[in-house]
Write a protein that binds this ligand. Structure first.
Ligand SMILES: [Zn+2]
Ligand SMILES: [Zn+2]
Length: 773
């Protein structure tokens, strides 16, 4: 006796080969009926013996294709219509809002196999893909995800490709970006205008299939810099073993020190043999490198590290990743060596995606360009993760992870858009019980950043077919995102910076009710008008109360402080009354070889401004204490990128060195204050080694945090301590704190998929806003 069932599956089921999987599974079970995509859901009507229907229902979740994330939304008895076969119906737009936008997927093993097999018609074709792999988010112009709604719309399928596309049992059945050398995108290699160094490529030299790849490899071997169009934007690439090439890239990009990511060719059984020649892999880093998102992973260098010295100067870690698109596979296979692959952009801006723009804006940087003609609809930088406490933690969201889709702990009242802060901006859109977070956009300092910011805001609402009814932004009146929010004709909720950090972490751990949340970062506008950044907040989303912090200090130089760590060091010295502007210290013999100590005249001018409250603000930012320590211990007085001093300080920590005990007392408002003053003489003591002073500083900061937690535990009950804010990207500090808290029987929670830095603010703003009022 046959029965019939109607099954609805939601979750990530589009663009991952889910319908062909349903088709094959149903056929195997001898069932008849139909399967159909409708705006993100899969609707199945199946007829057959009840037992087979049960098996189908189980298999739909348990045996789904690897990249699918199906959820069973509905399974009810239906009326049998006497279907004689199982068939796949064309997509229908049911107007339902359950839309899931698939991320860009790394090239699957089957496609790599074809790519490298000479008999295959896609042998060596850098745009090979299938239902399990290929570009998605960066080529989708509208949902539902079908070829006409992608930037592949301009590439009509050839007969061979069409046959594959239409054959339900083919692994390219309805693979929307499907392409082959006959009908798909092509590479174009173009010599640049950059003069010198034997750059003799003719412009528009090589508009012939596959030619571009060879020329790129030749250029790499000659030590040149090439802008290569990838999945979510351009990379600037060069030989990672060539010091001169790397130096030239740094000079042209005005990026003297900031670490550069390196893409490694696959080799050996697990693909990681060449990585192992340079880096110290363990289980976590190996697994993370092979993660489907193919993120950039920060990994410790080997002691006999033999790639270019200037890839990550002063740091013991390197950002490493593996090829994720067929073009990268081809390029690295032909080159055979690790290759620098850093974002093709102007510092702080989103990665460039357009051929004309890259040729004009990176004309002074790249010797040549490797373009392709598959348009990138929106930029997505490579994601970055760092292993801390035994698992990878998100540092930057991007290609392969974005848009990040999450469920909310409860339904949000009305569609809400959160626009983040100012640095490392992401945006988030929430409706019903869902929230989606954009990839990393960048710093909102330039026209292009604002354009991409606006595009993301429009796109996210269009793709998910949700119109926002309200906006959440930071409390800081000077942020471009705050001003943007004010200019919209929608209600605006302002969320304090550290409340947003705290709620971002709480949103990742909905099982915790009461928190003691440490939010440490470089700067955030406080509800009292001072700049916070070393705050302990107790409570839960929507109900945070500031309980502890650091002794406040006055800092001169406004926004310059982040790039001029000496200002933080000087401010601490001046606050405790070191005579004559700390002059003795900055020009002591130990500091003679330091990085750009301020000259005596500048120092005096700064001191006078500081005394007279000219362009000063009061701050409690832990990030600035780290800056100060880097200046005092390492002589890192000027930083060429945000966080450089603290990163360097973390990496020189040697051995275990006991903490200095910091006095902890309540201020007039009852907020506990850790006083950093006892640190100063020790940090300046040249008879203690640099490594020991760095260790001592980290231990002291960890001790101060734990002391605050122990003191607050006497008057407040909390289920867990949370660590959020950019400072907790510091592994040494974070692991120390987690251990020390555990000794006190206190559980610590860390960020996982949401960045601890300002990239996590938009998500936190959503969580905070939905719990306010
Ligand atoms: Zn594939
Ligand atoms: Zn074709």
């Amino acid at each position: 006796m046959n029965s019939a069932r109607r099954i609805v599956v939601t979750g990530r089921v589009q663009g991952v080969g889910y319908r062909p999987f349903v088709y094959v599974t149903a056929q195997k079970l001898g069932l008849t009926g139909t399967v159909l995509n409708g705006s993100g859901k899969v609707f199945i009507h199946a007829e057959g013996p009840g037992e087979a229907l049960d098996q189908l229902e189980l298999a739909l979740i348990d045996s789904a294709p690897p990249l699918a994330r199906p959820q069973l939304a509905e399974s009810v008895a239906a009326e049998a219509i006497g279907a004689t076969e199982f068939s796949i119906l064309a997509s229908s737009d049911t107007g339902d809002a359950e839309i899931h936008v698939p991320p860009d997927l790394y090239t699957c093993d089957d496609c790599v196999e074809e790519l490298t097999t000479a008999e295959e018609r896609r042998f060596g074709y850098p745009f090979i893909n299938c239902t399990q792999c290929g570009p998605r988010y960066t080529i989708i112009t509208a949902m539902p995800y079908d070829r006409p709604n992608t930037s592949m719309a301009g590439f009509p399928l050839c007969d061979d490709c069409r046959r594959e596309y239409e054959s339900p049992l083919d692994r390219r059945f309805h693979a929307q970006p499907l392409a082959c050398p006959k009908c798909g995108p092509q590479l174009v290699f173009v010599g640049g205008r950059q003069a010198g160094d034997g750059n003799d490529f003719d412009r528009r030299d090589s508009i012939r299939p596959h030619g571009g790849l060879q020329q790129t490899v030749e250029a790499l071997n000659r030590g040149l810099i090439i802008a290569v169009k990838g999945v979510g934007g351009y990379h600037l690439v060069c030989d990672a073993a060539n010091d001169k090439a790397v130096a030239r890239l740094r000079e042209r990009k005005h990026r003297p020190d900031k670490p550069l990511a390196v893409m490694f060719p696959l080799a050996g059984e697990d693909g990681l043999d060449i990585v192992r020649e340079s880096l110290q892999l363990d289980e976590v880093t190996s697994q993370t490198l092979l993660d489907p998102a193919r993120p950039i992973v920060l990994v410790k260098k080997r002691l006999d590290f033999s790639l270019a010295k200037n890839l990550a100067p002063g740091l013991s870690e390197l950002g490493a990743f593996l090829p994720y698109s067929p073009l990268h596979h081809q390029l690295l296979k032909a080159f055979g060596k690790p290759m620098v692959a850093t974002s093709g952009n102007i510092s702080g801006e989103p990665v460039i995606t357009d051929e004309t723009e890259v040729e004009s804006r990176l004309a002074q940087v790249a010797d040549a360009f490797l373009h392709h003609n598959r348009p990138i609809v929106r930029p997505a930088d490579d994601p970055v993760v760092r292993p801390i406490e035994g698992r990878a933690r998100a540092i930057r969201l991007g290609r392969g992870t974005a848009p990040v889709e999450r469920n909310l702990p409860s339904a949000i009242g009305r569609p809400t858009l959160a626009v983040g802060g100012h640095l490392k901006v992401t945006i988030a859109l929430a409706w019903d019980r869902r929230v989606v977070i954009s990839p990393h956009i960048g710093e909102l300092d330039s026209r292009r950043s604002m354009e991409v910011f606006n595009q993301n805001i429009n796109d996210i609402q269009t793709l998910y077919d949700v119109k926002t009814k309200t906006i959440v932004c930071d409390l800081h009146p000077g942020y471009a995102s705050t001003r943007w929010a004010a200019a919209q004709e929608l209600p605006v909720t302002k969320v304090q910076h550290h409340a947003a950090h705290a709620s971002a972490l709480a949103g990742e751990h909905p099982d915790v009710d009461e928190w003691l949340m440490f939010t440490w970062d470089g700067v955030g506008y406080g509800s009292d008008g001072t700049l916070w950044g070393g705050e302990a907040l107790a409570g839960r989303p929507g109900k945070w109360t500031r309980k502890a912090s650091f002794r406040p200090f006055k800092l001169a130089g406004g926004d310059q402080a982040g790039r001029q760590p000496w200002r933080s060091a000087a401010a601490l010295l001046w606050t405790v009354g070191v005579r004559h502007a700390g002059d003795d210290y900055f020009h002591s013999p130990e500091q003679a070889s330091s990085h750009n100590a301020p000259d005596p005249i500048n120092l005096q001018l700064a001191h006078r401004a500081w005394q007279n409250n000219i362009n000063t603000h009061t701050t409690t930012a832990a990030g600035r204490l780290f800056d100060a320590a880097a200046a005092l211990v390492l002589g890192r007085h000027l930083a060429s990128f945000e966080g450089q001093g603290p990163m360097e300080l973390e990496q020189v920590v040697s051995g275990k060195f006991g903490p200095v005990s910091l006095p902890l007392n309540p201020d007039h408002a009852g907020i506990l204050r850790s006083d950093w003053a006892p640190l100063l003489p020790v940090l300046q003591n040249p008879s203690i080694s640099v490594g020991d002073r760095a260790a001592l500083f980290h231990a002291t900061m960890a001790r101060a945090l734990v002391d605050q937690a122990i003191e607050l535990r006497k008057t407040h009950s909390f289920d867990a301590v949370g660590l959020s804010g950019g400072v907790f990207q510091n592994r040494v500090l974070t692991e120390l704190v987690v251990d020390m808290l555990a000794e006190q029987g206190i559980e610590a929670r860390l960020h996982q998929d949401i960045p601890a830095n300002d990239g996590g603010l938009s998500f936190g703003q959503i969580i905070e806003a939905m719990n306010t009022k």
